[in-house]
Design a protein around this ligand. Structure first.
Ligand SMILES: Cc1cc2nc3c(=O)[nH]c(=O)nc-3n(C[C@H](O)[C@H](O)[C@H](O)COP(=O)(O)O)c2cc1C
Length: 185
């Protein structure tokens, strides 16, 4: 069974509706570790060695965050800066993440029609993915299509539940694919 590492970065987890619900989906899975960054590092003083140890043990790495200013929250970005280090994640000898799978699971306050030409955000959400995608690819990781929940807190309880069901299905498929790829290697 592949091991899943979930890095959850939400500055106010107590007021989270969407990523908090999706976190529960992951927490119910076997062989899964969840690291809540803002609880672990409220002063942004990241334990790089501990984060790298957690990454080494993982097959599937999930970045679970809300969208903040078309990107990830500040501590998630700081985690990229600190943990994905030269000579470890990239550069000479930097092969620690090679072959692992990265998946951005995220929630955006705006709807898909707002993320469109003529909408308030002017362009599709996919246009904002490249910096996150390339972070994973530059470290030799396999990049999965992100799981994006649109509409933020306007989602009803029923809609949030449906999003979690969709997430569960996608997770099971990805884990099956990783298992198959591992058996074939
Ligand atoms: C500082 C900040 C920046 C935000 N930037 C965006 C944004 O660029 N695009 C967007 O669609 N929503 C944006 N939002 C809305 C959040 O993405 C939304 O509230 C969140 O995904 C809801 O998930 P949660 O229930 O886990 O908090 C922003 C919210 C905050 C607080």
């Amino acid at each position: 069974m592949p091991h899943t590492l979930v890095i959850h970065a939400h500055p106010r987890p107590g007021s989270s509706l969407i990523t908090g619900a999706m976190r529960q989906v992951f927490e119910a899975q076997p062989d899964t570790s969840v690291r809540p960054l803002y609880d672990l590092y409220p002063d942004f003083d990241i334990d790089v060695a501990a984060e790298q140890r957690a990454l080494l043990a993982a097959d599937l790495v999930v970045w679970l965050t809300p969208v903040h200013w078309y990107s990830v929250p500040a501590l998630m970005k700081h985690w990229f800066d600190q943990v994905l280090a030269y000579g470890w994640a990239y550069g000479p000898g930097g092969e620690a993440l090679r072959g692992k799978t990265a998946w951005w699971v995220t929630s955006a306050g705006a709807t898909t029609s707002e993320y469109a030409p003529g909408g308030s955000h002017g362009r599709p959400f996919a246009d904002f993915l490249p910096p996150i995608e390339n972070t994973a690819r530059f470290c030799g990781m396999h990049w999965l299509p992100p799981y994006v929940v649109h509409g933020g807190h306007a989602n009803t309880v029923v809609q949030v539940s449906a999003c979690c069901g969709g997430l569960q299905q996608r997770l099971e498929q990805h884990l099956a694919d990783i298992t198959t790829a591992g058996a074939a290697a």
